[in-house]
Design a protein around this ligand. Structure first.
Ligand code: URP
Ligand code: ZN
Ligand code: ZN
Ligand code: ZN
Length: 460
């Protein structure tokens, strides 16, 4: 199996040039002008197109039992959607219930993916309780190729851990060189505010924001920063949504805390007025942390431009509008949280970031691929266009014009939060380790070919 991508403009996090890329088997082997290839090589003409390294989504939920229901995608639908949208690797959150065994859960999440996924994958291991038995299992999970944990400061009584557990989990992570990704919201404040709002008869989706305003997230970040500072652990804030939280993270970074910062495509493009839409329409836009006042969007774009914010993810968590969001029709606290977007992240980031002049092409590649690979121990196998790297490539057509619609999406959910939005550019060819897995909005890959990516801890 060999593949030659000719005449494309290669864009990486730090370079831009026209060249051909030759891939032998699963690997990039040569990059040069005017390469020729042996007979039988599949040749793709990328004239007038960009060639990016395969994009990596560092925060995805596929198997997610949550808020009394189950997220809609499987690895079959999720990996198809990812690939059509240019994402060749995803990192899923393995989120055991508190009473569940960590190692068994890890094996269960793995079984859901192996033999089914068309894209490559890894997991952040959710630490939803911490005791001696769990610590021993976490060591074993790290031996099996996981180099990041996930903890929740929110979701009291579900995924959330207490401060003793947090401290001990961070100490273990520090010892193992594992980075701890964290959902930062103060769960006590959320719980109390929810009770007050419901008691006042405020039950509609728009109240979700009032239950967890920016100060709640900023307190969560501050809290994590204190624990990271005292343990020396490397941490990574998932789905940062607002200025107040960013300020806390940057202040901590300035005093030496090792902290990566992720924002989401949803926070960059949507705002809280969507969740305030009448007739329960707002439920489509309920997630945590909530969509913020529109003023935060500029702060986040700026943060990406300045390198303060490191990555853009989706926190893909798909729940149907017809069958699942209505669990919270009379009580916003019961609306399953999540805004699906695994398929749309790259097209949205390109259209509303690069094309609108908010970020340049290198920042685009960096925050959606290269910096993710570096943060999570996948670089340079992933996130790079260089000999020796996996042949995960996105030939991107900047002249494509179209609109997002649920009618054409591959995600197994019954709505799009971006219905009708114009897109200016999309992936024209997507390869996973040398095999063409998507073409012009159609999946052409192989379910089950996706591989679990062993990662080695580096955050010592
Ligand atoms: O609303 C969200 N973010 N749903 C997914 C679970 C999480 O908190 O990441
Ligand atoms: Zn979260
Ligand atoms: Zn605190
Ligand atoms: Zn999440």
């Amino acid at each position: 199996m060999s593949l030659l991508i000719k005449n494309g403009e290669i864009i990486t996090a730090d370079s831009r040039y026209v060249a051909d890329i030759y891939c032998e088997g699963e690997t990039i082997t040569h990059i040069d002008r005017h390469l020729s290839a042996p007979a039988g090589t599949e040749v793709i003409d990328a004239q007038g197109k960009y060639v990016f390294p395969g994009f990596i989504d560092p925060h995805v939920h596929i198997h997610l039992p949550f808020m009394g229901t189950l997220a809609k995608d499987t690895y079959e639908s999720g990996s198809r959607a990812a690939l059509v949208g240019g994402t060749t690797t995803l990192i899923e959150m393995c989120c055991p219930a508190r009473q569940d065994d960590a190692l068994q859960s890890f094996e269960q999440w793995m079984n859901n993916a192996v033999g089914k996924s068309a894209c490559d994958f890894s997991f952040h291991m959710g630490v939803t309780k911490f005791d001696d038995a769990t610590a021993a299992q976490l060591r074993e999970i790290v031996r099996r190729g996981i180099s990041s944990f996930k903890i929740f400061l929110a979701y009291k009584g579900a995924f959330g851990i207490d401060d003793t557990e947090l401290y001990r989990a961070l100490k273990l992570a520090r010892e193992l060189g594992v980075v701890v990704t964290a959902h930062c919201e103060n769960e006590t404040l959320v719980a109390e505010r929810c009770k007050e709002l419901l008691a006042a008869g405020k039950t509609d989706p728009g109240q979700h924001h009032e239950s967890r305003p920016p100060a709640v997230e900023a307190e969560g970040v501050h809290h994590l920063m204190t624990f990271a500072e005292l343990t020396g652990a490397a941490v990574y804030i998932v789905h940062l949504s607002c200025r107040e939280a960013l300020d806390e993270a940057i202040a901590a970074r300035q005093r030496g805390v090792r902290v990566g910062i992720e924002t989401l495509i949803q926070y960059l493009t949507l705002d809280k007025s969507y969740a305030e839409r009448p007739g329960f329409e707002g439920a489509k836009y309920v997630m945590s942390p909530p969509l913020r006042d529109v003023r935060n969007q500029e702060v986040l774009w700026h943060g990406l431009r300045d390198g303060l914010i490191n990555t853009v993810a989706t926190d893909h968590a798909p729940f149907d509008f017809a069958g699942q969001k209505p669990l919270g029709r009379d009580d916003f606290t019961k609306i399953p949280n999540g805004i699906p977007s695994l398929e749309e992240r790259i097209n949205l980031l390109y259209t509303y970031g690069v094309k609108r002049g908010r970020i340049d092409l290198h920042t685009f590649v960096n925050v959606a691929s290269t910096a993710v690979a570096k943060q999570f121990d996948l670089f340079p196998r992933k996130g790079a266009i260089q000999p020796g790297a996996d042949a995960d490539l996105v030939v991107f057509d900047p002249n494509y014009r179209g609109n997002i619609s649920v009618a054409t999406q591959h995600m197994a959910v019954d709505y799009s939060a971006f219905e009708g939005w114009p897109i200016e550019g999309r992936a024209s060819v997507v390869t996973v380790r040398g095999q063409v897995a998507a073409r012009d909005g159609q999946f052409t890959g192989t379910l089950g070919r996706g591989r679990f990516l062993q990662r080695k801890p580096s955050h010592f």
